[in-house]
Ligand binder design. Structure first.
Ligand code: GFB
Length: 316
């Protein structure tokens, strides 16, 4: 058991959806949280990261900072997704190692697994086959991060661990229609279609791919659990074990926001990975379980979008 109480915990990427959810959770538990905005710390500048960590001396570090995006953004900006994520993870891990940080948690994604990996996907499936082309750049950066954390454990005996969340959604998500993931995009499109009286709302692809979705507050709960209870070389999957077709989640989102029109499938857009359901038995066997159902989670994301997230996307 690693005790978080009394420790200074740096959440790198605290303004992102995952970082913000983790900060909310740690603050609720009364923990000491350290944050730094990109206006004061450029995570891609090694010297700045080393100076920040040496000055602030965090005892725990969570790498929730990353260049992230949906299927279209990954295909459009391969350099950003590979280069930026490599720099962020390498800089933070090096600075944390130099400062002797007691615990570091690195976050990857379910897209690290081979496109054709047997489902549900176990952690050992990593590097057993070709990646999905649309997000190979992000995937390779995240695979490098997993191996770098493992290397720091082996070479320096540091307690660096890696978690692989499934597709996430929730408060503070990115609602830009070109760079976002599917759930925020469809929430926004359903609201716009409802409010404009449109007869249809567009869903990318065929609607047949399957995805596993986790609300970001469930992920934050899992990350605190892993910080306190997990210490091993291997990365660990964090999923719900429930998968749904894109067509079904689109219809659920339309029902949630009250859009009564039809779904229009735009097959000129890529489907991406046909499935990526993860096997999270290792985590579940440790005693953790998700609590937020997809329907309740979508209602929560919708409520937060109306309350605050919409304001950040002026086009609305
Ligand atoms: O969420 P998404 O962009 O990323 O797409 P991935 C999931 C599925 O939703 C794809 C479909 O089959 C999309 O074609 N989709 C339908 C839409 N309508 C839309 C829409 O309006 N916007 C978007 N974005 N998708 C991501 C990786 O893959 O998974 C990330 O690109 C990360 O790097 C993330 O790993 C977890 O699930 O395909």
């Amino acid at each position: 058991m690693f005790a978080l109480a009394g420790k200074k915990i740096w959440v790198a990427g605290h303004r992102g959806m995952v970082g913000a959810a983790l900060v909310r959770r740690l603050a609720r538990d009364g923990h000491r949280v350290l944050t730094a905005g990109r206006e004061t710390l450029d995570l891609m500048r090694q010297a700045e990261v080393e100076a920040f960590v040496a000055a602030q001396r965090p005892e725990v570090v969570v790498i929730a900072a990353a260049r992230v995006g949906g299927i279209a953004a990954n295909a459009a900006r391969p350099v950003d997704f590979l280069h930026d994520n490599l720099l962020i993870e390498a800089n933070i891990m090096r600075a944390a190692a130099d400062a002797g940080v007691a615990k570091l948690l690195f976050l990857g994604s379910s897209c690290i697994y081979p496109r054709e990996a047997p489902q549900p996907i176990v952690e050992d499936a990593l590097l057993t086959g070709p990646l999905e082309a649309t997000n190979q750049w992000y995937a390779i950066a995240k695979i490098a991060g997993i191996k770098l954390a493992e290397a720091y454990r082996r070479q320096y005996g540091l307690d660096f661990i890696s978690a692989m969340p499934t597709n996430l959604y929730g408060p503070g998500d990115n609602y830009d229609l070109e760079s976002s993931h599917v759930i925020p995009a469809l929430l926004r499109k359903a609201i716009e279609a409802r409010d404009s009286g449109a007869a249809t709302m567009t869903v990318w692809g065929s609607g047949t791919p399957l995805r596993e979705f986790m609300h970001v507050d469930d992920l934050a709960d899992a990350l605190v659990f892993l910080l306190e209870h997990y210490s091993a070389d291997a990365h660990i999957n964090v999923g719900t074990g429930q998968e749904v077709t894109i067509a079904a989640v689109a219809q659920t989102i339309a029902d949630t926001v009250g859009f009564k029109g039809d779904l229009l499938f735009d097959r000129s857009r890529p489907d991406g990975t046909p499935r990526k359901l993860m096997d999270s038995q290792r985590l579940l066997a440790m005693g953790w379980a998700p609590r937020i159902s997809l329907r309740a989670g979508l209602a929560d994301a919708y409520a937060h979008f109306i309350e605050s997230d919409r304001a950040r996307f002026a086009a609305l």
